[in-house]
Each structure stands twice: as structure tokens, then as C-alpha cells.
Design a protein around this ligand. Structure first.
Ligand code: GAF
Length: 376
């Protein structure tokens, strides 16, 4: 008997999936109307689902004992807690926008580590949304599902995240990075195939879990928004790289100056990285990764010792470039390496972590994968 039948006592109507992501470059730029360049991972959230006629959503997860039930007509922000807040938030936002979804049984399964900065929250929201819409044969543009999932995370879960993760989970395609311009709301698929150039993209989970609902992410976002207001622009994206020095001179607070410098230089690094990728010069993207990490460490101040040690060690062991990826305060690093150096770099990070008394890190497969879809 399948796990779904065991839990819910009925056959499933379908199975949907939504992946996690790593961002190649463009960190903390999305809520500044900037540019990002994520890839979707092979790791994903899978939801097996059947429709119900009683207006109740029942969610079970392979990682949890209990089935959580909530009624669609009593959903309100905060009415469902813990991990089930994510499926509840997805249902809530769909109902708010008058999508005619109904009750459902949902079995959530995942091979995406949580708390590793790989956007498991966005993947759960997107997987739930596509499952609930799919159960009722409602077609919605993937970018619109991403916006709905972001609204659910902002307004239902209470995490003030930008739109990168949801767009990555919905709109990435296999073999490509997603170049997403948030101000223009435009996307382009950039071919990304390190093995074809004799390279490898390593993703290393440094096992120092982070949480967006903690105040630090919100504080960074707030200081960017305050800086934009002080400078009289709608968002920091409006500051041209060429005007950076003049702009910084207008700011009185030293910390704010550093936050602004990170955002403006990071947006430029995304443009430079995409230009290099278009020119077939993937190796030259490495130094941009490293510069991004320095900016996140020194100007944005969101790294932790595990991230810095992993990056420094990867570089010392021959990586072409390395940086933290995601929201910061833990999570993962990425490193661009000659394929032949993969083992040397990973072994060096293992050794450095042991010497520093950190938890053992682990590495993931970084094959650029496809965004959310129906599996069966
Ligand atoms: C987290 C957020 F969810 C994203 O919106 C983005 O801001 C990222 O941190 C930093 O680039 O993943």
C-alpha cells in the first residue's frame, strides 16, 4: 500500500513537485528591485494529493507523525502554525485571489534539506500552490504562482522575503540559470553547463542553520529601504554603479553606506557575470563569486565563521571562485572549480571544518534543474 493510501485511506489524484535553488550571484538584491541569477536544484519538495469535497485541507509530511487539518473557510494569517503554515499560506493566498480551489489531502515529501538556505520554504509554498491549482485544473502562469507564493510567505508566514526563490522554483529550466530582473519583471534563460567547460559547481552545506524569520534578514531589508528613501529613489536599483561614490558621500551613516555599496556593486556583478557567461568565459566568473562573498562579509555582514572558512579554504585549495549563497547567517557556499579539483577542494573543506571544531559539512549535486511541474 502506498504511503498516501495508508495515511488518507483514498487513492491520490496526482503528484506535483517544486525544487529548491542555489543563487549563482545577486544576493540581497531582489528586494532592492535588482538582478539575480539562480539555478534550480535536483532536490525538491514532492506533493501527492487528492481532492476533498468538505473544504478541509489535511497535510501529512514524511518527517512528521501527525496529520494537520484546517478548514478553508477559517484560514487567516497565523491560524496554522509551524511547518503546516506554509501549505496553509499557499491555500490562503489562492483563496484571497478567488481561485476556486477546494479541500485536499496533501502528502509532503522532500529531499531538500531544510534550514540550509536552499529555499525549502519557497519550494513548499510553490509545490502546494501547483498541487492545489492542478487538482482543480486551474492554469496559472508560473511567474504569477511565484508572486502568490511570495505573498503567502510575506503575509501569512510573516517572513519579509523577496521574489527570487519562488521565481527560481517556478521558472528555472534544466541546463540554465535564470536571469531575473525584478524591476522589469523579465527573465532570460542563460545556458549554464560547467562540465562542458571542464568545470564543476560545488554546493556545500556548512550545517550552520539559518532562519529568515529571525530579525537579521528583516533588518537588512529595512536598512536598504530606509537608504532608498533617504536618497529619494524608489529602490537601491535606481543607483547607477557609476554614481556610487557620489551617492555614498550623501549618506551620513557608515553602516548604511556599506549596505548600499553591497547592493549596488552586487547588481553590477550580476551584469558582469551574465556578460561573461554569454561570452563563453565561465572561468572568469569565479572572481566575481569571490568579490560577492567579500561584500556580503564586510559590507552586508551576513556571513558566519563556517561560511567564511568554507570559502577561504575552497579558494586556498584552488577554486576559481567561491561565495556564500542565499539569505546568509548559515546555509551553503558555492565554489566554481576545475572538475579535476573537486575532490581536493571538498577534502580541504572537510579538514578545515574538523580543525575548527565545526559540524561536518556535506555537498550536494548542483545540476541545473527544471522548475515546478506535475509528475503524474
Ligand atoms: C532569501 C530570500 F528569501 C530571498 O528573497 C533573497 O532575498 C535571498 O535570501 C538573498 O538573496 O533566500
Amino acid at each position: 500500500m502506498s504511503r498516501f493510501v495508508e495515511v488518507f485511506g483514498v487513492e491520490a489524484d496526482g503528484v506535483w513537485r517544486a525544487p529548491g535553488r542555489v543563487n549563482l550571484i545577486g544576493e540581497h538584491t531582489d528586494y532592492n528591485d535588482g538582478l539575480v541569477l539562480p539555478i534550480a536544484l535536483p532536490n525538491q519538495i514532492t506533493i501527492t494529493a487528492s481532492a476533498r469535497t468538505d473544504g478541509v485541507i489535511a497535510v501529512a509530511s514524511s518527517g512528521q507523525q501527525d496529520v494537520v487539518e484546517f478548514s478553508l473557510d477559517s484560514l487567516a494569517p497565523d491560524s496554522v502554525k509551524d511547518w503546516a503554515a506554509y501549505p496553509a499560506g499557499a491555500a490562503w493566498v489562492l483563496l484571497q485571489d478567488k481561485y476556486e480551489i477546494g479541500g485536499a489531502n496533501l502528502l509532503v515529501e522532500s529531499d531538500l534539506p531544510t534550514g540550509a538556505g536552499l529555499s525549502s520554504s519557497a519550494a513548499l509554498l510553490c509545490a502546494t500552490a501547483v498541487a492545489l491549482l492542478g487538482l482543480h485544473s486551474i492554469e496559472v502562469d508560473p511567474a504569477e504562482v511565484a508572486r502568490l507564493a511570495q505573498r503567502a510567505e510575506n503575509q501569512y508566514v510573516g517572513a519579509p522575503v523577496g521574489l527570487m526563490d519562488q521565481m527560481a522554483s517556478m521558472c528555472c529550466t534544466a541546463g540554465h540559470a535564470l536571469y531575473f530582473d525584478i524591476r522589469a519583471m523579465s527573465t532570460a534563460q542563460i545556458p549554464f553547463d560547467p562540465p562542458a567547460d571542464g568545470l564543476a559547481l560545488l554546493v556545500v552545506d556548512v550545517k550552520a542553520p539559518h532562519r529568515h524569520v529571525d530579525g537579521e534578514y528583516a533588518a537588512r531589508r529595512k536598512s536598504c529601504e530606509q537608504a532608498a528613501a533617504e536618497l529619494g529613489v524608489p529602490a537601491l536599483r535606481s543607483i547607477a554603479f557609476e554614481d556610487l561614490d557620489d551617492t555614498l558621500a550623501r549618506l551620513t551613516d557608515e553602516v548604511t553606506r556599506r549596505r548600499v555599496r553591497h547592493v549596488v556593486t552586487e547588481i553590477r556583478r550580476v551584469e558582469d557575470a551574465v556578460a561573461l557567461m554569454h561570452a563563453g568565459r565561465l572561468r572568469d566568473v569565479g572572481p566575481l563569486f569571490t568579490a560577492s562573498h567579500a561584500s556580503l562579509r564586510d559590507d552586508f555582514e551576513i556571513t558566519v565563521p563556517e561560511l567564511d572558512v568554507a570559502v577561504d579554504t575552497a579558494l586556498a585549495a584552488g577554486a576559481l571562485g567561491a561565495r556564500m549563497t542565499g539569505g546568509g547567517f548559515g546555509g551553503c557556499i558555492i565554489a566554481l572549480v576545475e572538475a579535476s579539483a573537486t575532490k581536493t577542494v571538498l577534502d580541504a573543506i572537510d579538514k578545515a571544518f574538523e580543525e575548527n571544531g565545526f559540524s561536518a559539512p556535506s555537498s550536494l549535486d548542483a545540476t541545473p534543474s527544471a522548475g515546478a511541474s506535475r509528475i503524474s
